[in-house]
Design a binder for this molecule. Structure first.
Ligand SMILES: Cc1ncc(COP(=O)(O)O)c(C=O)c1O
Length: 393
């Protein structure tokens, strides 16, 4: 398709996602050092914003370089040699915990779900009650399939039998309800490029006081990701004092501070409702045009990612044609469904208009590639749903 169409790109991806111009511009600054007032103020307000977004007013917030994976690996700061960990994995990113822990002297067990499914709370409860685990890791939204784990229910069932409950909220924080402190989660983590709608480059965590007290010289983490090295830096910066352990992504943090201010302005509940509405609008359209969603149980549908199965056309052809038509979607990465599905990311600053554009373009594109879709039906369903939701707004 022609360059004008292709280059007016709508990014319906799983991170990085579309970035508000206001957020991007906040980082376009000359000569901002890591001890500058601007940076220290931005870091202080980003750390405070993080407490609110994660629902962790009394936890210790961290913003470290890297992303979701550096935040995940830094959790080894809370573990000691020989301890036993249970990984609850619903897909590729759940499995990432196994790959991380394999690099450290801990014992790792796992519970796994098939593609599109999630490990049910009673399975986790049973495993935790019949073993002595120091930590359990859970993935709130498994980005490879778009499946949401019912974290609150799982934690209620296991809280009394395990010391540390760790939640990967990379694809949920700021797009799904995450009341980590109320739910008694010890560690919740995310990345800058997801529902917070910033560029990639930072991992963000909030850690309970009990979990924090596990950080010691015996912690398994190496040097850069040893949270003990970052702790006093975070405390000082939140109090408005410059501090250094290793260089933070200064310009990104200016953007993060702006993003947190915009979340505050929108209201976290409104932001989550917006995500929920756009997600549902997309799913209605996808199903009405005749396609199947990867997540099996509707109660596990997420606000942030939808996996869509294809019956005839290879996923790579669909992604290329969609990109040419001006909408960039994400490839499916679950090995069991290789090249048989695509993912629509709907997080950050997405709007109902993005839902309509995505569904409409997907219908046209799939039809032209020979996938059997009912052209017009998806758009109708999305439009009808949005019209019912937006009445009186
Ligand atoms: C649920 C989840 N966890 C972890 C990660 C890893 O994050 P990063 O790629 O920022 O290291 C991702 C990335 O997509 C993710 O979706």
């Amino acid at each position: 398709m022609d360059r004008v169409v292709r280059d007016r790109r709508v990014l319906m991806h799983v991170g990085p996602v579309e970035i508000e111009l206001d957020v991007l511009l906040a980082g376009v600054r000359e000569n901002v050092g890591f001890t500058s007032k601007e940076f220290v103020h931005a870091m202080s307000s980003a750390l405070k914003g993080l407490r609110k977004v994660m629902g962790t007013p009394h936890y210790q917030p961290f913003i470290i370089p890297g992303g979701g994976t550096s935040a995940m690996e830094s959790v080894t700061s809370l573990l000691k040699k020989g301890e036993k960990v249970l990984v609850v994995s619903n897909g590729v990113f759940g499995d990432r915990w196994i790959n991380i822990f394999k690099r450290y002297p801990v014992q790792v067990d796992s519970l796994k779900a098939g593609a599109g499914d999630y490990v049910k709370p009673e399975r986790v409860e049973q495993a935790v009650k019949s073993n002595q685990y120091t930590a359990v890791t859970l993935t709130h939204v498994e980005t490879s399939t778009g499946v949401r784990e019912p974290i609150k229910e799982v934690v209620e069932r296991i809280r009394d039998n395990v010391e540390l409950v760790v939640v990967d909220g990379v694809a949920s924080v700021a797009g799904e309800e995450t009341r980590a402190e109320e739910w008694k989660v010890d560690v919740i983590l995310t990345a800058s490029q997801k529902a917070l709608g910033c560029p990639p480059g930072a991992g963000l965590l909030a850690i309970s006081p009990d979990a924090l007290s596990r950080i010691s010289e015996e912690s398994l983490s190496g040097y850069y990701l040893h949270l003990g090295n970052w702790l006093n830096v975070m405390r000082a910066l939140e109090e408005g004092k410059a501090s250094y352990f290793a260089t933070l992504p200064v310009h990104l943090i200016l953007m993060l501070a702006r993003a947190f201010a915009l979340v505050e302005e929108e209201g976290l509940e409104n932001r989550i409702k917006r995500h929920e509405m756009v997600a549902e609008a997309i799913r209605r359209g996808v199903e009405a045009m005749g396609l199947e969603i990867v997540a099996r149980d509707p109660s596990s549908y997420s606000n942030t990612v939808t996996g869509v199965k294809l019956s005839k056309v290879p996923a790579s052809d669909v992604l290329n044609a969609m990109a040419d038509a001006g909408i960039e979607l994400a490839p499916g990465v679950h090995p069991d469904l290789a090249n048989k599905y695509i993912r629509i990311g709907h997080m950050g600053w997405i709007t109902p208009n993005d839902a309509i554009a995505t569904v409409a373009t997907l219908e046209r594109t799939l039809n032209s590639l020979g996938e059997s879709v009912k052209v017009g039906e998806g758009v109708r369903a999305t439009q009808e749903y949005l019209s019912s939701r937006l009445v009186g707004l």
